[in-house]
Design a protein around this ligand. Structure first.
Ligand SMILES: *Cc1c(COP(=O)(O)O)cnc(C)c1O
Length: 416
């Protein structure tokens, strides 16, 4: 045997039994079979074996199982982004003549997918007001094969009555899929609310680094999972082992990061309410933010009067106690500025921020800001949301006093 062949077909096999804090990273397109009979017999759908890298490796199986534990589900599929998770669900469950219902305040690319891609395949869509269960009930028709749910809404963070919406779909026999990126499996348990599918942009908290794109589709019903898995296989969706490794490495600290970022965000939410430029702070733990009571019921049960417990934390200088300290919430808030601030001044506020960087996504180490034009995002009015320029802040892992000082200087720059 020549040297080059010997390097490729080397006989050494390391001893078994290696154990260390992080699971091994297995990479493969090809997976070997011991013989043809094994190749023909091998089952790839139930994680009992391996057939091809796209259909699973020890590394992807481990992440899938851990995500099932996080979300309280039974089966999990990994896809290359959160948006791919949304697309997989809609493409798998909908066919020509069907209709999908999407919250009007949903993550905007979910709406674009329906309007620009699903429509090409003869699949209809309608938007509903997630704060009005009667609106959803009225829009469900015999053609409705899928209802998307999102908690809270994108940008404006209205918190719907998730168990009620999921329950009414269940009563009508319609499959529900929840975009659970905000709750991350930590703020509440999605399947206890009666949803059928929970998708998660692992890009956010599970990665925590702002450096990985990945999504998951978690279910509790084997038949539903198999239907999604077959579409997943036919579409050729897969994820890279290095990205899976990055998520596996970040997952043990997800609850600590979620809580720390949540606390910093609520301190800023309380302080921002006292600032004269601010008309409204949108955050589900802020009393008066749309759906605050729904958030309290789902994410802070037993704390109906929890705004009293604000004294448990050290408020930022000048902060008000008008934010509940109970339960859990993701570290996103939106500021609506008073109407006298023109959009150029709102842009100037964003530009003046130093620690907050201008960029999409959230739940990474660096705080982010994005200005939004609400009229371009919505087909319905947003009751309970003040009129005015709107920016969304995503709170990272910096010291909250430094973030407060940064926002304070940017508010000053906006007035100038
Ligand atoms: C970021 C996000 C997505 C999409 O995730 P990507 O990995 O960026 O494609 C979907 N839904 C919500 C609510 C998100 O915040």
């Amino acid at each position: 045997m020549q040297d080059i062949t010997g390097l490729i077909h080397h006989p050494y096999v390391p001893p078994e039994g290696f154990e260390a804090p992080q699971p091994g990273v297995f990479k493969a397109s090809t997976v070997f079979f011991p013989n043809v009979a094994a190749m023909r017999a091998r089952e790839w759908k139930d994680k009992s074996a391996y057939t091809y890298g796209l259909h699973g490796t020890p590394t992807t199986y481990v992440l899938e199982e851990r995500l099932c534990a996080l979300e309280g589900g039974q089966q999990c599929l990994l896809v290359p982004s959160g948006l791919a998770a949304i697309a997989l669900v809609s493409l798998s469950l909908l066919k020509a003549g069907d209709e999908v219902l999407i919250p009007d305040n949903a993550y905007a690319p979910n709406k674009s997918l329906a309007a620009a891609e699903l429509a090409q395949w003869g699949i209809g869509h309608r938007f509903y007001n997630p704060m009005d269960a009667a609106d959803l009930a009225e829009k469900i028709s015999p053609a409705t094969q899928l209802v998307w749910l999102e908690v809270p809404g994108s940008v404006t963070l209205e918190f719907p009555d998730l168990p009620a919406l999921a329950g009414l779909c269940r009563d009508k026999g319609v499959t529900t899929a929840l975009d659970n990126t905000w709750g991350a499996g930590l703020a509440f348990k999605p399947f206890a609310c009666g949803v059928d599918i929970s998708i998660h942009a692992l890009t956010k908290y599970p990665s925590g680094g702002g450096d990985v794109l990945m999504g998951s589709v978690v279910t509790t019903d084997e038949a539903l999972h198999l239907r999604l898995k077959l579409t997943h296989m036919r579409l050729g969706l897969g994820v890279g082992a290095n990205d899976v490794e990055a998520v596996l490495r970040a997952l043990p600290s997800i609850a600590l990061r979620y809580r720390a970022q949540d606390q910093a965000c609520r301190l800023l939410a309380a302080w921002l309410q006292t600032q004269p430029e601010v008309a409204q702070v949108l955050h589900p733990a802020v009393p008066g933010s749309p759906g605050h009571e729904n958030w309290q019921r789902l994410c802070a049960p037993g704390h109906a009067e929890s705004s009293e417990s604000a004294t448990e934390v050290v408020a930022l200088e000048g902060g008000s106690p008008k934010v509940s300290q109970a339960g859990l919430a993701a570290s996103l808030l939106s500021i609506v500025f008073k109407p006298e601030f023109a959009s150029a001044q709102v842009d100037a506020f964003c530009d003046a921020l130093q620690l907050f960087r201008i960029g999409y996504s959230w739940a990474g180490p660096i705080s982010l800001v994005v200005p939004y034009e609400l009229s371009a995002l919505r087909s319905m009015p947003s009751p309970g949301v003040a009129q005015g320029g709107l920016v969304r802040l995503a709170i990272g892992l910096e010291a909250v006093q430094d973030l407060q000082a940064d926002v304070a200087q940017a508010l000053k720059a906006m007035r100038a």
